[in-house]
Write a protein that binds this ligand. Structure first.
Ligand code: NAP
Ligand code: F7E
Length: 352
């Protein structure tokens, strides 16, 4: 049987890199869209990038394809040339706070990007299976404490509004043009490969640096926000499984438990033999390590958002019912995985 071909948009990101490894193991030919940059942006996939385009010589490596979600022409050319069986759209300006600073760009890539890909699929090869990385941010500060596929969207940021557009575009192309197009509504998922300006990786790296005396203070924003944090590697395996279903569908992927940023700090501290307690309130609140007897966390309003989502908690019973699948890694296991890896990384000055 000929090998299946996948195109991963966003292959250089956290999820793209895990998904590429998963698909290569499943014997796929994997093409990955990479943006041209003045400094290397392929650290997460350097170990699997191929220099050859010859399928026979690929030997479980990714074929790099230059491209950008801003360009319909590039997307069309790529789809015409590669003719993938499956497209995973993980490409995004994925930082919520930054989306308030660059809203137009965020709308273009995150909101219109999926339309560009789906329109190309419709016109060039309508039997391509497509999955859209949708986000729990679409629920915003929801009236429902537990969010599922039927919960009303209430996007609070340019990022969330743009993701909501991507979600509906995906559903419209499925309903109107019979494209196999599914949404994975993913709640926060983390890993050692998480970008350093997301809160979990920032906390883990920051506390590891404090522990190894490379820095004194870690500055954070909203400590009270609660998130449903899962393990990225597991979520990527589920993305693949969603595309193997007989019919396209939309699924929430979540652990069903949520914790605050403050909880994440305390759990990370515990792994590093610190005992962090909180003193003061508001902007004056600090995290104090009773072992070193030092203040190690302070609040910086720079990291606040004009409007933050205070609590997200996902109900992934539909995923479990239809696919007998649910994320298994617990909050404490996730923290352990991230801290263990960071201790190794920090010795070599690598981020991933
Ligand atoms: P990430 O680490 O920020 O990766 C984003 C990827 O998109 C990177 O490869 C990035 O390339 C690429 N990209 C950015 N702008 C692009 C453009 N103009 N054209 C083409 N590619 C572009 O994000 P992630 O955490 O892996 O998340 C994967 C997807 O899931 C994203 O769409 C994100 O919005 C969504 N999502 C993530 C979570 C989560 O908790 N991680 C939850 C829900 C949904 P560079 O490396 O060159 O920047
Ligand atoms: O923030 C608070 C912050 O930036 C989590 C993206 O993958 O998941 C991610 O979006 C919470 C927020 O992730 C800092 O205010 C406190 O309440 O790690 P984050 P996010 O905004 O939830 C969703 C599902 C996505 O789709 C996105 O692509 O932590 N927080 N202090 C902080 N956040 C950051 N970044 N930095 C801080 O210093």
């Amino acid at each position: 049987m000929p090998k299946k071909k996948a195109l991963i948009i966003g292959i250089t990101g956290q999820d793209g890199s895990y998904l590429a490894e998963i698909l290569l193991k499943k014997n796929y030919i994997v093409h990955g869209m990479v943006r041209r940059s003045s400094m290397p942006n392929t650290q997460r996939i350097d170990h699997i990038i191929s220099t050859s385009r010859d399928n026979e010589k690929l030997n479980k490596k990714v074929i790099r394809e230059y491209g950008d979600l801003s360009s319909s022409a590039q997307i069309q050319n790529l789809i015409k040339r590669v003719k993938p069986d499956e497209i995973y759209n993980l490409g995004a300006q994925s930082h919520v706070r930054v989306s308030f600073e660059i809203p137009e760009y965020t709308y273009d890539i995150v909101g219109i990007g999926p339309l560009r890909v789906l329109e190309a699929i419709k016109n060039i090869k309508p039997n391509i299976k497509y999955i859209q990385a949708s986000s729990s941010e679409m629920f915003g500060n929801s009236k429902k404490n537990l969010q599922d596929e039927d919960t009303k969207f209430k996007p609070e940021s340019p990022y969330a509004s743009a993701k909501t557009l991507g979600y509906w575009t995906t559903k419209n192309y499925r309903d109107n043009f019979k494209i196999f197009a599914s949404n994975a509504i993913m709640f926060n998922h983390e890993s050692p490969r998480r970008g350093v300006n997301f809160v979990t990786k920032k906390i883990v790296r920051g506390l590891c640096e404090i522990k190894s005396k490379k820095r004194k203070i870690l500055y954070l924003g909203n400590l009270n926000a609660k998130r449903d944090w899962g393990y990225a590697k597991e979520y990527c395996e589920i993305l693949w499984k969603i595309l193997q279903l007989r019919k396209p569908n939309d699924f929430v992927i979540a652990t069903g438990k949520n914790y605050s940023v403050r909880d994440f700090v305390e759990a990370t501290g515990k792994e590093l033999n610190m005992n962090i307690i909180w003193k003061g309130s508001g902007l004056k609140e600090v995290g104090y390590d009773t072992r070193s007897k030092k203040v190690i966390i302070k609040v910086d309003p720079y990291f606040f958002r004009p409007n933050d989502v205070q609590s997200l908690l996902g109900n992934s019973s539909k995923l479990f019912k239809i696919m007998k699948q649910k994320p298994k890694t617990s909050f404490n296991q996730l923290v352990k995985i991230m801290v263990k890896n960071e201790i190794k990384l920090i010795k070599t000055n690598r981020l991933y």
